[in-house]
Design a binder for this molecule. Structure first.
Ligand code: ADE
Length: 236
């Protein structure tokens, strides 16, 4: 997969892209990530990329030309161009799953009052918000998107890091985990986990997963596809 990030602040991404699972996936050729500085496409002698808003009002708007040229420099035949903004559709695991099967995505990060709307209207395929709050720019949102997609790519996680049991994978929150010591500050690990009885452990985990989802996110249960055993557990 290829991901191009168009930003005015490429330096924000440096450590993030070279660290942990994303860094490893890049080194292993599972994903190619490029940061493209929108300012490099400014024709202004001072490399300005913003201007006043037509109609007046405070705040600067990013001019369409450098953004358009940056998009064109990255574009490929089968790519999806996504703008990160608080006005976009809300980002969920389901969206990460969808995007992880794309061949090439371009993530456009906005700043100031946003980007000239003619870019949105004509050159953007999708607009994503990572939540109902306003960030100073789209960069952190782009990192959230990259991180959540890369870990889904085949080969990005090893067996120990498998995502099939974790929160949101099957529409539920994940069961709790424990490691050594068996007693910590007087608090014990649940007995069943030490029993070696794998079907009992699996049943306990399924129950815990349903319980925590019921207690914290009952909204998720409405959407989750539960089998008969899970339905029964939930009704007890
Ligand atoms: N840019 C500013 N706020 C944002 C948000 N909540 N999601 C995505 N991009 C943003």
């Amino acid at each position: 997969m290829r991901i191009d990030i168009l930003t005015l602040f490429p330096e924000i991404f440096q450590n993030f892209l070279d660290t942990s699972i994303v860094g490893r996936a890049k080194n292993n050729g599972i994903v190619e990530v490029n940061c493209i500085n929108i300012r490099d496409f400014s024709k202004d002698k001072h490399k300005r990329v913003d201007d006043y808003s037509f109609g007046g009002g405070p705040g600067m708007v990013i001019s369409p030309e450098p953004v358009f040229n940056a998009i064109m420099s990255a574009k490929s035949e089968r790519c999806k161009t996504i703008y990160l903004s608080p006005k976009g559709r809300t980002y969920k695991q389901q969206v990460a799953n969808e995007l992880s099967s794309e061949e090439h995505i371009i993530l456009l990060c906005g700043h100031y009052e946003g980007i000239d709307n003619r870019i949105m209207e004509n050159y953007i395929d999708d607009e994503i918000s990572i939540g109902d709050y306003v960030l100073t720019g789209g960069e952190i949102a782009a990192m959230v998107v990259v991180d959540s997609i890369v870990r889904l790519l085949p080969g990005a996680l090893n067996n120990q890091e498998s995502f099939t049991d974790e929160s949101h994978y099957n529409g539920l929150l994940e069961y709790p985990h424990y490691t050594r010591p068996r007693i910590f500050n007087g608090f014990e690990v649940p007995e069943v986990l030490l029993s070696g009885n794998h079907s009992k452990i699996e049943e306990w985990r399924k129950y815990q997963s349903l319980k925590v989802t019921y207690e914290r996110r009952p909204d998720l249960l409405k959407e989750a596809k539960l089998n008969k055993t899970e339905q029964e557990m939930l009704n007890t």
